[in-house]
Design a protein around this ligand. Structure first.
Ligand SMILES: [Zn+2]
Length: 161
């Protein structure tokens, strides 16, 4: 089970030289949905974007992912937009809090947003040092903890934060 702890702001440094800030230059849909087992794709209220960039100090390349998730479904299709705009971070939200998620040996920042459908969890993974098949590596990290991510989002129905 994922525990939410106080945010110590430890994450956003270059994985090669540990300097800050880290700026991603570009990104794209991680295509997480297609990589998930079919029974894990519903409810559909999640969107994962893959980011990559290079360090302005050492030039090292890195990548990461932002996964936004709500407890339930979004009725519109992605072409229509609607509530998808929240998962795409194209709409203003009220930030409810910043935390560190802890699960076994993993630790990553989570930001909670209030949107009209309840609480949206913004999970930020990385930056990781660039490697071969970074895209698939990122998918597999998330798939490996998917049930716990789901359970955390579902808890928002019961009073998080
Ligand atoms: Zn660096």
């Amino acid at each position: 089970m994922i525990q939410l702890e106080h945010d110590r702001g430890l994450f956003a440094d270059c994985p090669w030289c540990r300097r800050q800030p880290v700026r991603y230059h570009d990104g794209d849909n991680l295509q997480l949905r297609a990589a998930l087992k079919p029974e894990w794709r519903s409810p559909n209220g999640f969107y994962a974007s893959y980011h990559f960039g290079s360090c302005e100090f050492c030039g090292g390349q890195f990548f990461g992912c932002t996964l936004n998730m709500i407890a339930g479904s979004i009725e519109e299709d992605q072409q229509t937009g609607g509530f998808w705009n929240y998962l795409w971070m194209n709409e203003d939200t009220e930030i409810l809090g910043s935390h560190e998620a802890v699960l076994d040996a993993m630790r990553w920042p989570v930001t909670l947003h209030a949107i009209p459908k309840g609480t949206m969890f913004q999970h930020d993974f990385g930056p990781y040092a660039m490697r071969d098949e970074a895209w698939e590596f990122m998918q597999q990290i998330i798939i490996g903890i998917w049930p716990a991510l789901r359970a955390l989002a579902e808890l928002s129905n019961g009073g998080i934060p």
